[in-house]
Design a protein around this ligand. Structure first.
Ligand SMILES: Cc1ncc(COP(=O)(O)O)c(C=O)c1O
Length: 522
């Protein structure tokens, strides 16, 4: 039966009073029947409404245009495809939801495949249970503690669990909050340090006009913190083979205006942990010598969920009394979907009272500290699911697996003979970092290589180290949940092919950082 026949045929209604029962498939192939049912469902809303007393009664023939235009709504290959989606002006009219969904969905095809993105630390694979919970929480606003008390309770449980995981001396009374990610959590940690320092200075009758913060090569969120909250950032530059902070360099920059020191547990550029215990000991000595009591806030964006499970003997957390606060990203190795971070304080006094706002909660009030107001509850609920589902045992298995893939890949990179390892996957965040071997000219740069790997969909970023080693260009691979040994093997095959490609097609003009995708840690 042709479309014109379908559209012009009279149809009668059996005992159906709704479109689901409508005898409209007439032996048509399923996709066509589906289209027609859709058209009929639209028709029930129009002049051909199927009322109960229409049982058995012949209905007027719907105009062909109605069918055909509605059929267009349903599928690809319709008239929608001849129009681009609105880009600059607010659309004047409606679009059928099925078509709108398909068109927007199709645009997202251009977004690269997140599972092949080995630049990100963030979760790109979640269990079906997490998808379900995210869906169930789509209407829950974290800030409405009174309306969603159980979500608030779940957040509070996570805070206590994290304080326990990070060895707080009094986990059941821990002070902390969820955030949208480590950036917001870092801002809150920094703000608390600044306020504490200001109060101390004012109390002592001293100027609080020129606060500074000492750190190693930090993620961009700390540059933002410094600019937004007017704090001088004393970022320790890399020097020679030292690509992270050292206790000596920290002490060299500390003075009475230092609000805190921020070591990173898993430096973004190399994946290495900074020597937090040694820095804490050096600050203890400084206090003894000069009376300067400078707190540590640990940026444990990734390491907060790796070190407790695969490096339990490294004391980086509240086991060190100088560590007053910690931030971590739930959506990185915490395995929560995007939109989940944590800030935890060692003790109540760490979080100055005048930074805390109170919101209504079950007839009482609950303290909140956040830069946002409305925020989805799903990521926090999913985080709790992970804690319950995996426990220390499950997290340790997953993290160890990720670390082993990173170590295996590092080993393969070394065997190629073209690269020097900067980080071999041991003792830090799962993954590895390498640079081109000194004195070897393989006929390509790391930017060329990153660009060539993109042809196969892989994102393995190449970038220069920060000051004073901007001459050192490195390439980094992050191995997280879902980056299996098998996937890493496929990447290695494509890496071999890329190297071979450059052998047979030598590049005369090497790519710049920008041409190769311009990866930034922001
Ligand atoms: C060390 C470090 N701190 C902070 C951040 C920012 O984290 P988020 O993306 O969760 O805001 C990152 C992100 O990669 C990071 O590596």
């Amino acid at each position: 039966m042709s479309w014109s026949e379908v559209a012009s045929r009279e149809f009668s209604v059996g005992d159906g009073t709704n479109e689901a029962e409508c005898p409209l498939n007439w032996g048509l192939p399923t996709p066509l029947a589906g289209r027609l049912q859709f058209a009929a469902s639209r028709a029930t809303c129009g002049p051909f409404h199927l009322s109960p007393d229409s049982k058995g009664k012949r209905l007027p023939v719907p105009p062909k245009e109605l069918f055909l235009s509605n059929l267009d709504d349903q599928v690809s290959g319709s008239s929608f495809l001849s129009h681009p989606l609105p880009r600059h002006r607010f659309p004047a009219s409606e679009t059928d939801p099925t078509a709108a969904y398909q068109l927007v969905h199709d645009e997202l095809l251009l977004d690269g495949n997140s599972r092949q993105n080995l630049a990100t630390f963030c979760q790109t694979w979640v269990e079906p249970g997490i998808r379900k919970l995210m869906d169930e929480c789509i209407d829950k606003n974290m800030i409405d503690k009174d309306e969603y008390p159980q979500t608030a309770e779940i957040e509070a449980r996570c805070v206590r669990m994290l304080a326990d995981l990070w060895n707080s001396p009094d986990a059941s009374n821990a002070q902390g909050c969820s955030t949208t990610g480590s950036s917001e959590a870092a801002m809150l940690g920094g703000l608390a340090m600044k306020t504490r320092w200001q109060k101390k200075r004012e109390h002592a009758g001293k100027s609080a006009a020129r606060p500074n913060l000492v750190c190693g090569p930090v993620q961009i969120c700390w540059h933002k913190f410094a600019r937004y909250f007017e704090v001088e950032l004393r970022e320790i530059p890399c020097e020679g083979a030292r690509l992270r902070m050292s206790p000596e360099e920290v002490l060299r920059r500390c003075d009475e205006n230092t609000i805190g020191v921020v070591p990173t547990l898993g430096v973004t550029h190399t994946l290495q942990y900074e020597p937090i215990q040694q820095v804490a000991l050096a600050l203890d000595d400084l206090e003894e010598e000069l009376g300067l009591d400078i707190p540590i806030h640990v940026d444990a964006a990734s390491g907060g969920f790796t070190a407790p499970f695969i490096h339990p003997s490294i004391p980086w957390d509240f086991r060190l009394s100088r560590v007053k606060s910690i931030n971590a990203s739930g959506h990185k190795y915490g395995l929560a979907p995007l939109g989940c971070g944590w800030a935890i304080w060692r003790e109540k006094e760490g979080l100055p009272d005048d930074l805390v706002f109170r919101v209504k909660y079950l007839g009482g009030s609950m303290p909140t500290f956040a830069l946002n107001f409305s925020r989805p509850g799903g990521p926090v609920v999913a985080q709790y699911y992970n804690f319950v589902r995996l426990g220390r045992e499950g997290y340790a298995k997953i993290t160890q697996g990720c670390a082993e893939v990173g170590q295996w890949f590092a080993d393969q990179i070394k065997r190629l003979g073209l690269f020097d390892l900067i980080y071999d996957g041991n003792g830090g965040i799962p993954g590895c970092t390498w640079t081109l071997k000194r004195g070897v000219n393989p006929g390509f740069t790391l930017y060329d290589l990153a660009d060539r790997l993109r042809v196969k969909g892989w994102q393995v970023p190449a970038y220069p180290m920060p000051a004073n080693r901007t001459d050192l260009v490195v390439q980094r691979m992050v191995t997280r949940l879902g980056v299996t040994r098998d996937l890493a093997g496929l990447l290695l095959e494509d890496l071999h092919k890329a190297i071979q490609h450059f052998k047979t097609n030598p590049t005369t003009r090497h790519l710049s950082r920008q041409n190769a995708g311009g990866y930034h840690h922001g």
